[in-house]
Design a protein around this ligand. Sequence first.
Ligand SMILES: [Fe+2]
Ligand SMILES: [Fe+2]
Length: 253
Amino acid sequence: MNDQQTLAQRADALEEKMSRELDYIVIKSRLYSMADGDMDPPPNANALMAANPNARVLMGDDPRLPPMPEQPTLMDFFKHRFGPAAHLLQSARHAVNAGLPEKMVLACLLHDISTIGFIRGDHGYWGAQLVEPYVDEEVTWAIRAHQVLRFYPDDSVGYEYPQSYIKAFGADYRPDKYVDEDYHRMRDHKWYMSGRMITVHDIYSFDPNVHVELEEFTDIIGRNFRQPEQGLGFDNSPVAHMWRAMIRPAKYL
Ligand SMILES: [Fe+2]
Ligand SMILES: [Fe+2]
């Protein structure tokens, strides 16, 4: 291998080699390339098809990922698309043990679904948007707020700035201006305490021996999440395309 090649070029070369050998071609979305610090132009699909005349760009199911049912439910996304959900399951169990109402248990169960299934940055905003058509308005509001409120202590409920944030972001880290502005808006909102409750149950220190199964929340999901009959992604809701992006994250168009 040529030492002059950058890591990105080597990765591209490997991807192109794989594409030549497979009968499908994956062209990553720009967002995924930028997440790798890669500002290069995308691989040329026409050139790849010329090199392997049987290959097509990926428009259907991605053979590298677990298959999804035709009418996927929230549970299907947990099982076949989301990353490890122990943190969410334990937060929800914590909320149950504290006697929170069902819709707040659901909010705790879903508060980080964007982190485990979609996009990390601004995960409260993305997560709230993903579930907005299917849950009570207060649940959406609380999910959006939790990410912001995590940065601000509230002595009235014993919530402190997380030690893990000091470690992860440095002691001198300050939230972005838009986060700070949202905090001041959220603090005065009638549902402030609902968002705050997620932060209280958003626990990072777990008993490794405690194992929580998603099925423990089947009934709460059933009563509080309006699962569309056509399946998430196919219900013509304003966020259906976002669920489809998780079903087929490398779809060419
Ligand atoms: Fe979060
Ligand atoms: Fe969390």
